[in-house]
Design a protein around this ligand. Structure first.
Ligand SMILES: Nc1nc2c(ncn2[C@@H]2O[C@H](COP(=O)(O)OP(=O)(O)OP(=O)(O)O)[C@@H](O)[C@H]2O)c(=O)[nH]1
Ligand SMILES: [Mg+2]
Length: 428
């Protein structure tokens, strides 16, 4: 089986905590602060390698993790940075953050590298806080937390052309004939459940291309009807679509043609703009010639007729497909709101992070819980065993407007507010 999708957990290292320490020497009664900074946590990278063919290594929900940074120490000893770790994936792997299916990167070239979890920064030791206002800082920062998330790896099939159309129009039958594949075919819809690939050889041109047979589409596929359209992700990189319309009289050919085009459009990756070769299949069926003539009249252009029984039209279609592939540029992977993803070799999954500061939950009377990635991350930075740490946390919460937000949510004096393991009373 082709493993073309894997979900893995990635975890970068936490930054080492900064140290809280004071210089001690016999003859120096009051030494200055000398707590060193913590080291940076390791980051997790993926790299595309052309000698890696599948996502098999990631099949069982592997954990991709880097080590934590080392703590800072007294006498200005800085903690060591943890090493970054890099995992190899096949060329053509596309990476998404599972939460919200956010696109992280397209590893479409040998050597392309993507940071999927950035190591946390080390915390500052108290020596770093020396200032004229605070000569004896009794405060050190904790290291920044590492990132932890689940990512989806998807291997896009690298087919040159794909067969699309309603179920039972003869897509798999054609693939079998032209590529000597042995894909199941039958006279009921949705025989094909997963895309299949075949290599087509054009002997007299001494050339080959890869053809993908897709599951059938139906009206409403973009809303999940039939098999849905999720599998269309496999054809996002195809240069040519062969749109097959059956002449057996099951459906009106022109209507069927329009429905499929609408579904391709609804997929949202501009598949409708891809060069299409429209073909009329099952030309051996009764009345096929008349239907084809009518179909062409409505379309306004002639189409190739095919029959798997007589093999009529098949060789010319393969030749035409090859010619169109040769003169069509490859398509960059389309990502919503990002027309072109390419050229960049190293992507940074963190650049476009847009986060809200916090969310307030109200699980029961007189209890409010502050949550959200940003605020909990910030929370981890304060060393609450010191008065300053607490003071700084409170001033941060004030700055981001917690009081107003709590009031809006209906908090009254004396209500309990929780943020991780820290609690305080609301005072309006
Ligand atoms: N008469 C005739 N029957 C055909 C032709 N091509 C395919 N068939 C038959 O049509 C039925 C459906 O063919 P498939 O190749 O399974 O169709 P498909 O488009 O792959 O269908 P799905 O996988 O369900 O989307 C099978 O019973 C085939 O034998 C043809 O050219 N002429
Ligand atoms: Mg099929």
């Amino acid at each position: 089986m082709l493993i073309d999708r894997a979900v893995v957990e990635v975890r970068s290292g936490k930054g080492g905590d900064g140290a809280l320490s004071f210089h001690r020497e016999k003859n120096v009664p009051k030494g200055g602060p000398d707590g060193g900074n913590g080291g940076r946590g390791g980051s997790v990278y993926l790299i595309a390698k052309k000698n890696v063919n599948t996502l098999l290594a990631y099949r069982h929900g592997k954990l991709l993790a880097a080590e934590d940074g080392e703590k800072g120490d007294k006498k200005l000893q800085f903690g060591h940075n943890a090493a970054d770790v890099t995992f190899e994936v096949p060329v053509g792997t596309v990476v998404f953050d599972e939460a919200g299916m956010r696109f992280l990167g397209d590893l479409n070239e040998d050597g392309a590298k993507l940071c999927v979890a950035k190591g946390g920064r080390g915390g500052r030791g108290n020596a770093a806080f020396k200032s004229s206002r605070l000569r004896v800082p009794k405060v050190a920062e904790n290291g920044h937390p590492g990132e932890k998330k689940r990512i989806i790896l998807e291997l896009k099939l690298l087919a040159d052309a794909a067969l699309v159309g309603f179920p039972s129009v003869g897509k798999s039958t054609l693939l079998n004939i032209v590529s000597k594949a042995s894909v199941a075919t039958a006279d009921y819809p949705f025989t094909t459940l997963e895309p299949n690939l075949g290599v087509v050889t054009i002997a007299d041109l001494g050339t080959q291309f890869v053809l993908a047979d897709m599951p059938g589409l139906i009206e409403g596929a973009h809303e999940g009807k039939g098999l849905g359209i999720a599998f269309l992700r496999h054809i996002e990189r195809c240069r040519v679509l062969i749109h097959m319309v059956s002449m057996d009289g099951e459906r009106d050919p022109y209507e069927a043609y329009c429905v499929i085009n609408r579904e391709l459009q609804s997929y949202g990756a501009k598949l409708e703009e891809r060069p299409q070769i429209v073909v009329a299949s099952k030309m051996d069926a009764d009345g096929a010639e008349e239907r084809k003539a009518e179909f062409e009249k409505k379309l306004g252009f002639p189409v190739l007729g095919l029959s798997a029984l007589t093999e009529e039209g098949i060789a010319p279609l393969m030749k035409k497909t090859y010619e169109l592939i040769s003169k069509t540029e490859p398509f960059p992977l389309y990502i919503e709101g990002n027309d072109e993803v390419g050229g960049m070799k190293v992507y940074d999954a963190h650049l476009d992070e847009k986060q809200r500061d916090f969310v307030i939950l109200h699980p029961k009377d007189h209890l409010f819980v502050i949550t959200g990635e940003k605020v909990t991350k910030e929370y981890g930075l304060y060393n609450l065993s010191t008065d300053q740490g607490v003071a700084r946390l409170i001033s941060y919460l004030n700055k981001i407007g917690i009081d107003e937000a709590l009031k809006e949510k209906g908090a009254v004096d004396g209500d309990t507010v929780q943020l991780c393991d820290f609690e305080f009373e609301y005072l309006g």
